[in-house]
Design a protein around this ligand. Structure first.
Ligand code: MN
Length: 543
């Protein structure tokens, strides 16, 4: 909304400025073919008003004119009150594809923030003798009658700025039967499409506007359906095996062993979890887990004798792994360091790892094609002995507030043990040193709010039972547990992604879900972690 950015060359083609500002790297699609994109069956031009929380809150008032959305940013929002004159800053045309966009614009991008469709409908002209709309806009005065859900009646847009301030306009409602004294847009805070507020969309967005892509591809779905795991017949075949055998799943034939061995003690009087049940879970969760682990080295936390015995880190893919198991040789491995890692690029590879006793799954924060560049910044809220669950929720809520303030999408998950972790997806670029330094600054700002809850002492003993906000895992080959990975504890608890709102659910516990309950939750509520799969954010500067 900074006005200096909207100085506009009137001779530019529609959208040229939009495309230039967004630094398109590919040839843009021919956006705004009116016939292809027209949304009104009667052929009337359409309008939209989007409530957009960027650096500053404003409403974007957009009218379809010649196949693009002519646009004004209205800081206080349009009104039905004819005595109110609303400042409207003429901004660059937007592509028609943006018409009903509702979601988030990545932090660090132009307009980064959240957007709801606050009103939409059609518009008609009512002023006899007014030139065609594009010409009327050039001349600085356009009369429009809006047929929206909230905005109805006759409006006029009129340029008030002088030659050096050509983008300053006023938006005024005429005295007509739709006029309402004192009407304020802020009294109507929801989307007319979804009923959601900006807060709700920001907390759980369905879509992302990737302004670095051509308009036709810019609106990116953040949610996908939970993919199907193995079918009933395949699961039955596993159940029917004896102590060991071969199991055909995901197009592979796997040797599975010790199927009746207890892998997790039971909890709360429940039956213990056998290796067969654990392998079954690995197969069922694999399609959901795959996007979080594919293309990344996977460090395996192995418990060959089950969670009741001691485990150990196993990073190297063993020589006996079948040839089809995907792998990666780390070119930066020093002498004595692991060179060949498992990469779960296909679901059967996770089943193989489960049979190998890899009870906990820890994907790298970077991908194998650029191991020095993280795609997430990770926050590990690690409770001390004296940290209560309520204390931890307080810390998690402070993180939520911080990320809201910074305009960043971040996704929380319970660890399955006692903690909460938060992943912030980023565009590759910063090194681990940089992400770690950034996370340290954010963590220390948060910790300063509640010094009674947090210790910065490295050694557990010196921490006096307080929580640690651990930024040090932001380093190459340091990992946090994957979403949906089991944890080595009785009952086979799972690290489960949650929505921010669930922090306020009195039933929430860090180990609430197990491999026996998490699949039902996924079917019912979907996977709120998918938002981290779009690694598109730039880290804002923090002090
Ligand atoms: Mn805007």
């Amino acid at each position: 909304m900074a006005r200096g950015r909207h100085t506009r060359d009137r001779d530019e083609k529609p959208l040229a400025r939009y495309q230039r500002m967004r630094d398109f790297t590919r040839t843009p699609e021919p956006a705004g073919d009116p016939d292809r994109l027209r949304t009104d069956p009667d052929g009337e031009p359409v309008f939209v008003v989007q409530r957009h929380r960027a650096t500053r809150l404003h409403y974007d008032f957009r009218l379809e004119v010649d196949g693009v959305l002519a646009s004004w940013a209205v800081p206080k929002g349009p009104t039905l009150d004819p005595s109110a004159r609303r400042l409207a800053v003429h901004v660059e045309d937007h592509p028609m594809e943006y018409l009903h966009f509702e979601g988030v614009i990545p932090a660090g991008e132009y307009g980064g923030g959240d957007v709801i469709v606050w009103d939409t409908g059609t518009w008609t002209r009512y002023k006899d003798g007014e030139p065609p709309p594009a010409e009327a806009i050039r001349k600085g005065e356009l009369h429009v009658e809006l047929h929206g859900q909230r905005l109805k009646g006759k409006f006029v847009l009129v340029r008030t700025g002088r030659e050096d301030d050509k983008d300053l306009w006023m938006l005024i409602h005429k005295h007509d039967e739709h006029a309402v004294e004192g009407w304020d847009a802020e009294d109507h805070p929801t989307s007319v499409l979804s009923g959601r507020t900006n807060d709700e969309v920001a907390a759980d967005p369905d879509r992302l506007w990737r302004s670095d892509l051509p308009a036709a591809e810019a609106s990116v779905e953040l949610k996908r359906d939970i993919p199907e795991g193995p079918g009933e017949d395949e699961l039955a075949a596993l159940d029917e095996l004896g102590k060991e055998g071969t199991w055909e799943v995901f197009g592979r034939t796997l040797r599975v062993t010790n199927l009746d061995k207890v892998m997790f003690p039971g909890r709360d009087g429940e039956e213990p979890v056998t290796k067969r049940e654990f392998i079954r879970y690995a197969a069922q969760i694999a399609p959901t887990l795959l996007p979080y682990v594919a293309g990344r080295a996977l460090n395996m936390h192995r418990f060959p004798d089950g969670a009741g015995a001691k485990g150990f880190w196993h990073k190297a893919l063993p020589d006996h792994a079948p040839d089809w198991v995907p792998r990666w040789d780390n070119p930066d491995a020093d002498k004595g360091e692991t060179r060949t890692y498992l990469v779960v690029d296909e679901p059967a590879a996770l089943v193989w790892a489960a049979n190998f006793g890899a009870l906990e799954w820890h994907p790298w924060t970077s991908m194998t094609d650029a191991p020095a560049l993280p795609t997430y910044v990770m926050f590990d809220l690690d409770p001390g002995e004296r940290t209560s669950w309520d204390d931890l929720l307080t810390l998690a809520r402070l993180h939520r507030t911080a990320f809201e303030h910074l305009g960043l999408r971040a996704a929380p998950k319970v660890t399955g043990r006692r903690g909460i972790q938060i992943w912030v997806p980023i565009k590759r670029g910063p090194t681990f040193d940089e992400t770690r330094a950034w996370a340290e600054k954010v963590s220390k700002s948060i910790g300063a709010v509640v010094p009674e809850l947090v210790s910065w002492t490295w050694e557990v003993k010196g921490r006096k039972g307080l929580a640690r906000l651990d930024f040090t895992q932001n380093a190459v080959n340091k990992t946090l547990v994957a979403p949906y990975s089991p944890r080595p504890a009785p009952g086979a608890p799972v690290s489960v992604p949650i929505t921010w709102d669930e922090l306020d659910d009195p039933e929430l516990r860090p180990d609430r879900w197990t491999i026996r309950t998490v699949l039902d939750r996924l079917q019912e509520q979907g996977d709120p972690f998918q938002t981290v799969l779009h690694q598109d954010q730039r880290l804002p500067k923090v002090r």
